[in-house]
Design a protein around this ligand. Structure first.
Ligand code: AMP
Ligand code: MG
Length: 422
């Protein structure tokens, strides 16, 4: 087992061991947020026929070359084409067809004149054309969206609302996507109770069970909560055994070097290959990573402190779950921000500092990051306040007031606006 890795070494090691999960078929309606496991080729021509983009009149352009507002060209309206109905005949010379948006262009016609550029006679028999249309003006050409055989979507594309719409318009009811990882979550410690439990005698609510499950849900993984293991190897072993069918096991607490820290020996007893322990970061040093062979679950033994558990999940478990789900983009967006108030630490470990983030007014406003205050790994409130994690590099010892730093943005509403506009 390796020990004392840098954050980047640990991330690379985790991702090198992380498989992309296989395919499953889901209904297109349910596919939002999933990742395609197939390339999608068009089996159709879209739109299937030339059709009108406006309400107006289908004409032969050559009939209208002399038209103007002062001297309109009069045409005989022979028939009408509505959306969803085939034209009953062709447009002949000196003729027009009343046409509506989405209706197929009748043979003979080569342009549509908008209703606003015409004057009807009131009986629907004759129309006066006031402009000279361009050739194929206001006509949507057959196949301008898709041709048969066009490659529309790629394997690895994340499915957003537009992809759902394209799949539907190709007539697809189901689509092949990567499976969602099932993540077994367990917590360990004699002091832990469920939220409705008794905290009078030194009990602590197992909040990690909740925050970690929510972090799984946030990336589209499926958490399976296995409960609380007591600080006895047998209890931990019993619960870990029930997790062996999952794609990933996330356990919190019990990975340090205390007398009651049983996670590592029990994992080894169950046949887990421990890959590394200890990452030069704060919070989160005692992180443990292992795997059960090529096909078994990945195992993350996260530290128990609530902030350490969440921050190590962010850095290692989240990218692994995204990779399993087939995503190509595995990491949070980062911004460069100027630090408000100076930061200091000892050299050696990379610190993730919970920070407020704000943008000063104006379109090119600078981004400022400021510590949320008490950075103890037990203060979960620091995570509720944090819109980002500031990366204070391992060897750095101070960042002066106003100096720039890289911040991982946790709260994507940071990029969202509150007022309409561009
Ligand atoms: P440990 O890793 O077992 O030494 O735990 C470190 C600290 O994290 C202790 O103060 C624990 O009470 C706390 N802790 C452990 N597990 C949880 C959990 N599931 N939820 C909240 N706090 C926890
Ligand atoms: Mg403990």
């Amino acid at each position: 087992m390796r020990t004392g890795l840098s954050v980047v070494e640990a991330q690379e090691t985790v991702l090198a061991a992380t498989p992309v999960l296989g395919a499953e078929t889901v209904a297109v309606r349910e596919a939002l947020g999933r990742v395609l496991c197939e390339a999608v080729l068009s089996g159709r021509v879209l739109p299937p026929a030339d059709c009108s983009a406006m309400d107006g009149y289908a004409v032969r352009r050559s009939d209208c070359l002399a038209a103007s507002r002062d001297a309109p060209t009069e045409l005989a309206v022979r028939f009408e084409v509505a959306a969803g109905h085939a034209p009953e005949r062709a447009v002949g010379s000196g003729e027009a067809a009343r046409i509506f948006t989405g209706a197929p262009l009748p043979p003979g016609a080569d342009a549509v004149v908008r209703q606003e550029d015409t004057e009807a006679d009131g009986r629907g028999e004759r129309v006066r054309i006031q402009v000279v249309p361009e050739k194929r003006e206001h006509v949507r050409n057959a196949g301008e969206d898709l041709q048969v055989g066009d490659r529309v979507l790629e394997r690895g594309d994340a499915i957003r609302p537009a992809q759902v719409g394209v799949l539907a318009s190709l007539g697809r009811a189901v689509v092949s996507v990567h499976q969602r990882p099932r993540v077994a979550i367990l917590s360990g410690g004699d002091e832990l109770v469920e939220p409705d439990g008794d905290v009078a005698g030194g009990g602590i609510v197992s909040s990690n069970s909740y925050s970690l499950a929510a972090q799984c849900l946030e990336v589209g993984a499926e958490p399976v909560y296995l409960g609380i293991a007591r600080d006895r190897p047998e209890d931990l072993e019993r619960i870990l055994r029930s997790a062996l069918g999952a794609d990933c096991i996330v356990s919190s607490a019990g990975v340090s070097v205390g007398d009651h820290d049983h996670v590592r020996p029990v994992l080894e007893k169950l046949g887990c290959e421990l890959v590394f322990w200890g990452v030069h970061m704060k919070p989160g040093f005692p992180l443990t990573f292992g795997r059960f062979g090529e096909r078994g679950p990945l195992v993350f033994g996260l530290p128990g402190n609530p902030v350490s558990a969440m921050v190590t999940f962010e850095q290692f478990v989240r990218p692994a779950l995204l990779r399993m789900t087939g995503h190509r983009a595995l990491f949070r967006p980062t911004v460069r921000a100027r630090v408000r108030g100076r930061l200091e630490k000892k050299a050696g470990r990379l610190h993730f500092v919970r920070v407020h983030l704000e943008r000063s007014a104006g379109p090119d406003g600078e981004i400022w990051a400021e510590s949320t205050g008490n950075q103890s790994s037990g203060v979960l409130r620091s995570m509720t306040l944090a819109r980002g994690l500031l990366v204070f590099p391992a060897e750095a010892t101070r960042i002066a007031d106003g100096e720039p730093a890289t911040v991982q943005v946790l709260d994507e509403s940071f990029f969202a606006g509150e007022t309409p506009g561009f």
